[in-house]
Design a protein around this ligand. Structure first.
Ligand code: ATP
Ligand code: MG
Length: 567
């Protein structure tokens, strides 16, 4: 298959998905006076995840392409679950992904306007106060094949409704005692249209409006109206809102709007194997201690993948590659990783690190009474990027190699180091293993080898070949470090798909902590958060806080290409 295209997709794309097509048509017909305004409306009840990246790239990206506006709107209508810390975190995550959220707007800023519009609908006979409790309302809603039952309070007069609604606002009633409902049709085939709730009573402190309100608008009552207040033209959301669209339109068609009536269009959610994209479930992972926090590198949150070392450019390219469709599906996580790998291959510096060290002593290497006699070898920083140049790597009498690169009694297909066998040390020399030193328990603890000074150029002058090149670190110069390797957070490719709790398939072994790793000295120059390729091992991101701690970003093998071949 061809390499994934990681060219910067925010500016690229003369794309032809159905939403862009729709906007071009609107512009051609002058529907919104040629204006394009979108919004990205997260609820500040958790941090953003990879699924949100699709919505962000869509909302902000489309606005950019059409010289329009995209606002970040906090859809903060649920006082119990929302928090200011999420507001700041979400803004930070959007910037990291490469978009400028500007000054955010808040649904809670429209509470007064929404209230006035609710009174307007009451006055028109289009909304009523219902004294039924939540259970009765739910029981009387009916089902897909059975009609709903009208509330006994449905035909209250306008004056009584206004009076009760004002008293709801004034705090005269307890939580759940009354709701305001739209008066639509209890027999409507679309369940969303069966007199949906507009306001519920919640005597709860809101992180922005404090105790000013004790009635809070529902999503459906707040969303379209917020769009209209801001001047949104194209309200883009995920497919599960498709059945809400008639309600979205119903409200807007009945209100004295300040401008054009916005229009909702739905696209498919981004679903990825082995990943969950529900803030509620992600919070549970944090609260139940399955991960260290929202920014744990195993988390599919934007702050998690940032710590893991995913380049924002790769995420944008991935999301654009998946594209906008109207059919829900799931893409393989290996495809996401393939985009990450392709981008890192282009930009990441190469370094040598040994995760499971085995000592090699070069018995014929000059030693002045100690092991510190050394020379500098030149190594290429990134074969994909000439401008990254070269670095010096110290080579000396005692080296670390990977334990796995040696076998005392190798099977046929093992071509690396073994007794009597010669291999190449990358950017070093050919070495031959002569003696295997063991401890009392029989474990291999050291190898005695000789090196061939004539192989400095990476080839033997007599033309003899070696079958393997391995990496190494000079023992006297090594930096001690720690590495975290990661497996899938969920063993099930579709966590929760059978209706079971997705957390049932949390992988208890998703993290392997490797202490005692050995890094070459040039690792000291790596900045917090920077990703390097450990030669032959994979890509690893420097922790943003702890020095010499690295998180495995992604391996070197393109599993996605293999999956494609199988298909
Ligand atoms: P969650 O259940 O994780 O809270 P949500 O949809 O309720 O998800 P919001 O913060 O309300 O999260 O969503 C903000 C926007 O992001 C919405 O427009 C929503 O449709 C979109 N979005 C959320 N998840 C995805 C996803 N997996 N793929 C694409 N868009 C998504
Ligand atoms: Mg939500």
């Amino acid at each position: 298959m061809s390499e994934p295209d990681v060219s910067d997709a925010t500016s690229e794309h003369e794309s032809t998905d159905f939403i862009r097509e729709l906007i071009r048509q609107d512009n051609a017909q002058g529907t919104f006076g040629g204006r394009v305004q979108t919004r990205f409306p997260p609820e500040p009840n958790g941090y953003l995840h990879i699924g949100h990246a699709k919505a962000i790239v869509t909302d902000f990206g489309i606005a950019q392409e059409f010289d329009g506006v995209c606002k970040l709107r906090f859809d903060d209508t649920n006082p119990e679950t929302e928090d200011a810390s999420y507001v700041a975190g979400i803004e930070e995550d959007i910037r990291w992904l490469g978009f400028e959220p500007g000054d955010a707007v808040y649904a809670s800023d429209y509470f007064e306007q929404l209230y006035k519009w609710a009174e307007h609908l009451i006055t028109e006979g289009l909304a009523y106060v219902d004294d039924q409790n939540a259970e009765e309302i739910s029981d009387n809603r009916g089902g897909f094949t059975t009609p709903g039952v009208n509330s006994p309070w449905r035909d209250r007069g306008v004056e009584e409704n206004l009076d009760l609604f004002r008293r709801m606002r004034a705090g005269e009633f307890g939580d759940g005692e009354r709701v305001l409902r739209a008066r639509i049709d209890m027999n409507h085939e679309n369940m969303q249209m069966r007199d949906p709730v507009m306001y519920r009573i919640r005597h709860a402190h809101h992180y922005r409006t404090g105790d000013a309100w004790c009635i809070y608008p529902t999503y459906d009552w707040a969303h379209g109206q917020s769009d209209a207040i801001e001047g949104v033209t194209h309200s883009l959301c995920t497919l599960e809102f498709d059945s809400h669209r008639p309600l979205y339109d119903w409200y807007l068609e009945r209100l004295p709007l300040p401008g054009d009536q916005p229009r909702q269009t739905e696209f498919a959610r981004l679903n990825i194997t082995h990943i969950i994209t529900s803030k509620r479930k992600l919070r549970q992972l944090v609260e139940d201690g399955h991960v260290d926090g929202w920014d744990d590198p195993r988390m599919p949150t934007l702050r998690g993948v940032r710590r893991r070392g995913y380049p924002p450019k790769a995420l944008r390219a991935f999301v654009n590659h998946v594209g906008l469709g109207r059919v829900n599906g799931t893409v393989e996580v290996e495809m996401l990783e393939s985009f990450v790998r392709t981008e890192l291959n282009a930009v990441a510096l190469r370094r040598m690190a040994v995760l499971n060290p085995l000592k090699v002593v070069l018995t014929n290497y000059p030693a002045n009474g100690d092991a510190s006699e050394s020379e500098m070898r030149s190594a290429v920083n990134n074969p994909e990027d000439e401008s990254a140049g070269n670095r010096e790597v110290p080579f000396s009498r005692e080296l670390w190699i990977e334990h796995d690169d040696f076998m005392e009694d190798p099977p046929k297909k093992f071509f690396r180091l073994a007794p009597g066998r010669e291999v190449r040390l990358r950017s070093g020399y050919f070495i031959t293993c002569n003696d295997v030193i063991k401890d009392d328990a029989g474990n291999v603890v050291e190898l005695h080898c000789t090196y061939d000074p004539a192989t400095a150029g990476g080839q033997a002058p007599d033309g003899r070949k070696v079958k393997a090149t391995i990496h190494w670190v000079s023992a006297a110069h090594a930096i001690d470090g720690q590495v975290m390797k990661y497996g899938r957070l969920f063993t099930d490719p579709h966590p929760g798909a059978d209706g079971e709790d997705p957390l049932a398939s949390v992988n208890p072994d998703s993290r392997t902590i490797i202490n005692g790793a050995k890094f070459e000295p040039a690792m000291a120059d790596i900045e917090p958060g920077q990703v390097v390729q450990f030669e032959r091992l994979g890509y690893f991101a420097a922790d943003t806080e702890t020095p010499n701690l690295f998180h495995e970003t992604v391996g070197l093998r393109d599993e996605w290409a293999r999956i494609q071949k199988r298909k």
